[in-house]
Design a protein around this ligand. Structure first.
Ligand code: M6R
Length: 366
């Protein structure tokens, strides 16, 4: 059942080229210039004319929501708020009929997300679900939705569900932007092609496994980790840190790299591994200076970079390359080495990777 892998998590990490392709199948045909997220059909007007998009989720699904915030705002120019379901539901939030709410959940059973949906529904908002489990409570409670089609995810640490969620949300953002006229046709076509190329690039990213295993062996006894990224890679930093803490029990924090100087930089010394997600994108120069700041304080630098990078390579203790893609699609690739890093560290520490202590696959209690 683990398909020859030692753990479900590793199997699921390796399934991503296929699960992302499954998620896009029947929806995206770049050659024909066609992109249809079927679940949106009946609510397309509400979506196109939304005053605001509110995304509600927990944990890793919340991180996918943060990536979506960047996508929707960049391509569709609709303001987005990303909310922890648990905070949203208890604070008497302002919800209007013009709000389009997207609930993201792998299991479709998360109690707080479900309760937040009911609350938004009672205020007249339109609720759209992005779930993995077919027929789940959240899938049933929403007005409409799209499944992620990642297949069953058994490991408690979410991996392939995360990349499938981002794939669906990316397709939604591109479709919306194109239809609203905020995303030009030529750029739209280019993005469709880039998106279609993602599964093969994920396959390529997975080839760094042995190198990542070596890096894991060097840092498995660290007491803390810091993960830093900017822009589209900021949510990936949060996700990398969450993956590490939940399965290896090492304390890790994710931060937007520019926030480092507002506090976390005080933590840096020669004992502190810092994982930078420093791909070639619009914030590259900025993150390079953040790397210099860490280096000056003798922090250990592990960097995820774009193939062929030289500047970061000259500064970092370790670099892990991923293929180049459009900046907005980078999370689908940059998260892969972070999943593998946490996996190998957890295995080396003798942790129960698939069923970490104190955690359940779906959190059905509040
Ligand atoms: O099933 P859901 O996507 O609603 O679950 C949300 C979180 O409980 C979940 O993502 C959790 O954070 C994972 N263990 C992260 O790997």
């Amino acid at each position: 059942e683990k398909g020859g892998y030692e753990h479900f998590m590793l199997k699921e990490i390796n399934e991503q080229p296929r699960s992302i392709a499954d998620c896009m199948r029947g929806r995206l045909d770049a050659q024909a210039g066609r992109l249809i997220v079927g679940g949106l059909r009946d609510y397309i007007n509400k979506f196109q004319n939304a005053d605001r998009i509110i995304i509600i989720a927990c944990g890793t699904s919340w991180h996918a929501g943060l990536v979506a915030e960047y996508l929707f705002e960049e391509f569709a120019r609709i303001p987005v708020e990303v909310e922890y379901a648990s905070e949203f539901r208890y604070r008497n939030p302002v919800i209007n009929e013009g709000d389009f709410v997207i609930a993201i959940s792998q299991s479709g059973e998360t109690a707080d997300t479900l309760a937040a949906i009911e609350l938004a529904k009672s205020k007249g908002a339109t609720i759209f679900g992005v779930c993995n489990v077919v027929g789940s409570s959240i899938a049933r409670a929403t007005h409409a939705g799209s499944y992620t089609h990642a297949g069953p995810e058994i490991g408690v640490a979410s991996t392939k569900a995360f990349t499938a969620q981002i794939s669906v949300l990316t397709m939604m953002a591109l479709m919306l932007g194109y239809q609203r006229g905020t995303l030009a046709e030529s750029k739209y076509m280019q993005l469709l092609n880039e998106l279609e190329a993602i599964p093969a690039k994920v396959e390529k990213a997975l080839e760094s496994n042995a190198q990542i295993e070596y890096i894991a062996s060097q840092y498995k006894d660290a007491r803390n980790f810091l993960y830093l990224g900017r822009g589209y890679n900021f949510p990936v930093a949060l996700e990398g840190a969450l993956k590490l803490k939940e399965i290896s029990y090492i304390h890790a924090e994710g931060y937007p790299a520019a926030e480092m100087k507002h506090g976390p930089i005080a933590l840096i010394d020669e004992e502190m591994p810092v994982v930078f997600i420093a791909t070639k994108d619009s914030s590259y120069e900025k993150i390079v200076s953040n790397i210099q700041e860490v280096k000056a304080r003798k922090g250990k630098i592990i960097a995820v970079v774009t193939e062929g990078d030289t500047s970061v390579k000259s500064m970092a203790d370790h670099v892990i390359e991923i293929p180049a893609t459009h900046e907005a699609l980078v999370p689908l690739l940059s998260v892969i080495p972070l999943q593998l890093l946490s996996y190998h560290i957890a295995v080396m520490r003798g942790c129960n990777v698939d069923q970490p202590r104190n955690l359940a696959k779906s959190v059905t209690v509040e």
